[in-house]
Design a protein around this ligand. Structure first.
Ligand SMILES: C[S@@+](CC[C@H](N)C(=O)[O-])C[C@H]1O[C@@H](n2cnc3c(N)ncnc32)[C@H](O)[C@@H]1O
Length: 394
């Protein structure tokens, strides 16, 4: 499963290359201020979110054919229409519920969900979006105004999680965009992999790990019941637990649906995964080098779903379900959404089949992507977990 397509990466155009040089100079200046190196999480934070410069903040296309990657809502409106059925169930169980979406990307999922909820006669009073990128926030607003003028007034943007959220929370491919630390296990201790500059290129250096990182890796090893092998390189997301804790404080009654590519802890830190789970996306190529194309490629790390579940339990939420995306969609009403298939013309049938395959086949998004649902209060278990629930594998 190791991809390294560096040699086949296309060259960035002149404007992107110039932008990348500016981002690299900004990061180089932060390194100089920090006596020569940054933790990987600091590097990732700047590369993705440096104000006005980072990948998610500056104006690059990112999503869809003209960008670097596609997400499930960009693949097909079916993702949103099945998820809308789950939202309807939760909204029926809680009084006065609304929807809160984290990291709404292009705004496509919000648009598909609202349109589907209108068809299901289950529109919530309001749909809130919490987006860290001012550029994406603007794009989401424009997209929703153009695509859904009759419903856009229900949408609002927040700068922080609401104090007492009741209803549904959605985050699709947000957890994988949170900065991670990289580490290497040595027989004599945990080392932190830091990023330093040599000329105008970046490279990794090994340093003593700070306490927080050592404790996090030790806790993982304790849970696994064994020390990781000497030389084992991987990631740990110190921000993930904090993100889930914040969600737990905010969610008073309802269900959060978190979609991302990820696995359980045992798979995450299995000895054959000794190079970690960090992946870079540039013009629809996947590769392993986060230190090139700085600020113009996406950096993502698969999610250790045990970390999500542990932080949720600590915050008083329970895990209402955990399954692969394929089973979630199939049990959640994909068949109902496909009922008109036979009456479509051949071209539309082929297009829809291709979308369903991408969303559900194990080699595409069906198995690598998981949905974990976290719940507090009186909402029932979402029907999308009736076919498969892998919570016991955590
Ligand atoms: C990979 S994109 C996914 C976009 C969209 N959900 C989709 O499925 O197409 C990650 C999104 O999460 C946002 N993001 C990253 N960290 C966030 C955070 N802490 N809170 C809210 N949004 C965040 C990014 O700006 C971006 O919109």
């Amino acid at each position: 499963m190791q991809h390294d397509e560096r040699t086949t990466l296309p060259d960035p155009d002149a404007a992107s290359a110039e932008h990348s040089a500016r981002v690299a100079a900004f990061i180089g200046a932060r390194m100089a201020e920090a006596q020569g190196s940054l933790s990987f999480a600091e590097f990732m934070q700047h590369a993705l979110y440096a104000p006005g410069l980072g990948y998610y903040v500056a104006g690059a296309s990112k999503f869809g054919a003209a960008g670097d990657f596609v997400t499930a809502p960009e693949v097909s409106p079916l993702f949103g229409s099945v998820l809308a059925r789950q939202c309807k169930e939760v909204l029926a169980d809680v009084e006065g519920g609304t929807i809160l979406e984290y990291g709404a990307g292009s705004g496509k999922l919000a648009c598909d969900l609202l349109a589907a909820l209108a068809r299901l006669d289950a529109l919530p009073e309001s749909y809130q979006i919490l987006e860290v990128s001012p550029d994406l926030k603007e794009r989401q607003e424009r997209y929703l105004r153009e695509e859904l003028p009759e419903l856009v007034t229900r949408v609002s943007w927040l700068d922080a999680p609401p104090a007492n959220h009741v209803g549904v929370v959605i985050a699709n491919e947000v957890l994988d965009a949170l900065p991670v630390e990289r580490f290497v296990r040595r027989n004599d201790g945990i080392k932190q992999l830091r990023v330093a500059a040599r000329g105008d290129a970046f490279h990794l250096v090994e340093a003593e790990a700070p306490d927080r990182l050592t404790k996090a890796v030790n806790a993982i090893e304790q849970d696994l019941g064994e020390q990781l092998p000497d030389g084992f390189v991987s990631e740990v997301s110190l921000g993930l637990s904090a993100w889930v804790s914040e969600l737990a404080v905010s969610l008073q009654n309802g269900v959060a649906f978190l979609f991302d590519y990820g696995v359980n802890r045992r798979e995450y830190y299995a000895s054959d995964r000794s190079d970690g789970w960090l992946r870079c996306h540039f013009r629809h190529r996947v590769h392993n080098d986060p230190l090139i194309l700085v600020g113009i490629q996406d950096l993502t790390a698969w999610v250790d779903f045990n970390t999500v579940a542990e932080a949720a339990l600590l915050g008083g939420l329970d895990v209402a379900g955990y399954s692969a995306q394929a089973q979630f969609l199939m049990a959640g009403g994909l068949d109902v959404e496909m009922q008109g298939f036979a009456s479509l013309d051949l071209e539309s049938q082929l297009e829809l089949s291709a979308q369903v395959k991408t969303l559900t086949l194990p080699g595409a998004m069906g198995e690598h992507f998981k949905c974990m649902a976290l719940r507090r209060g009186n909402a029932g278990t979402p029907s999308a977990f009736s076919m498969s629930d892998r919570t016991h594998t955590l």
